[in-house]
Design a protein around this ligand. Sequence first.
Ligand code: AMP
Ligand code: MG
Length: 495
Amino acid sequence: MEAAGDKDYVSGESRSDMLHIDFDNSYSRLPDRFFARLAPTPVAAPGLIAVNDALARELGLDPAALRSPDGIAMLAGNRVPLGAAPLAQAYAGHQFGGWSPQLGDGRAILLGEVIDAYGQRRDIQLKGSGPTPFSRRGDGRAWVGPVIREYLVSEAMHALGVPTTRALAAVTTGEDVYRETTLPGAVLARVASSHIRVGTFQFFAARGDVEALRLLTDHAIARHYPQANGALGLLEAAVAAQARLVAHWMSLGFIHGVMNTDNSHVGGETIDYGPCAFMDDYHPDRVFSSIDQGGRYAYGNQAQIAVWNMAQLATCLLPLIDPNQEAAVEAATAVVHGFADHYEAAWQARFRAKIGLLSPEDGDAALVEMLLGRMSVLRADFTRVFRGLADGTARQEFSEPDAYDSWAADWHARLAREGRTQPDAQTVMAQVNPAVIPRNHRVEAAIQAAVTGDFAPFHRLNDVLARPFDTRPEDADYRAAPAPHEAVRKTFCGT
Ligand code: AMP
Ligand code: MG
């Protein structure tokens, strides 16, 4: 692409065939203006933090080979595996509502794509892999903090059943990264169903490049929504997926933190774990991101922001929807407005199950809202209250138990109307209300230890998060809410 200076960045040096990966790189077959070709920048001394064995196998990779010196070299970006077509993707985006015509992978390299054990196409990307033509003033690197955070939280999201990018591996670089202080560098190997963002469409729409939009639309449909019919069909599917995704986040108290259009995945996966957080005590205005001064991406705003992002996608697709602009706008607007119904249905289904109900009745949403309202007034712990409904311990999560008791009277009446016994409802609830989430103070502690080279807290936390619905006695500490002095109220973008 032009901004990349049209250099051929693929060095071809140190390509490795020890680790066999069956690449099939469809993005790389798109026109040159979609990306800049370049290899990762090698690092001084790669060291393994973690390999995700189960995910490796799913991708047809040998976990032992990934742990070998050759595998670690690949994960650090020091060796480009045979068959890879490394590139940095171009995209644009609205960041906190402000338009940036060119962002792109400033610290990530897509190595290529593989077809997994289920026949699904998956991207393998290195994040923190060195500067690219899109780096602007950034160094192209990541420190160990954000790498560990993304690893832990994305894998926790997966275990919770939320569509998300995955973590295949993490390595240290043996190099320092300079932020406010000097910090150890790291690289995350990320896996995703694609890295197509709303901002990818915006990149081409802003340039009036309808031909590229057409190719990108076809590519996105083939990868994510093969049943979708044309650009309008893609929009419909993306809107529905985004509505389901955000409702799922809401049901877990998850706050993404940077819902910029470049962090909005067209396939409906959670992507780009920056200053994200799971709430401890509940309040709809909760914000953790240190850079989100206005609370744009607060917990309670996430659905609205997703609609805004989908409206940006719709705008990009207009020329492909109908040659008559008025007709295109009308059709696209109707689809974006459809978000509300998808979201409401998904939200109600999630929260209904969270209180042990499966068949809908008028007033269910009000019953849930009443509980949430009391939780917010008393700052009750989101995860522990809902899990407590399953385990019979919810009442003790309220500093004023009357607030729970009066709600519970209505709830029990509602359960009875559904013909559901308490144990029956508890079974439903224990399957959807996690006991363990990646609590901020735990993630923060894992990061603090990692900075000193101690990855034991990371491994232990990662292990517990893989079974979020279990209540093993030895994991009791991980189910506890933070003591007031432990609570982490701010998370940092920490690139
Ligand atoms: P993010 O806020 O992490 O979604 O990133 C927004 C944009 O900034 C993307 O284009 C990133 O590639 C870029 N970026 C973030 N951190 C760095 C960094 N350390 N070096 C270069 N580019 C970066
Ligand atoms: Mg991003």
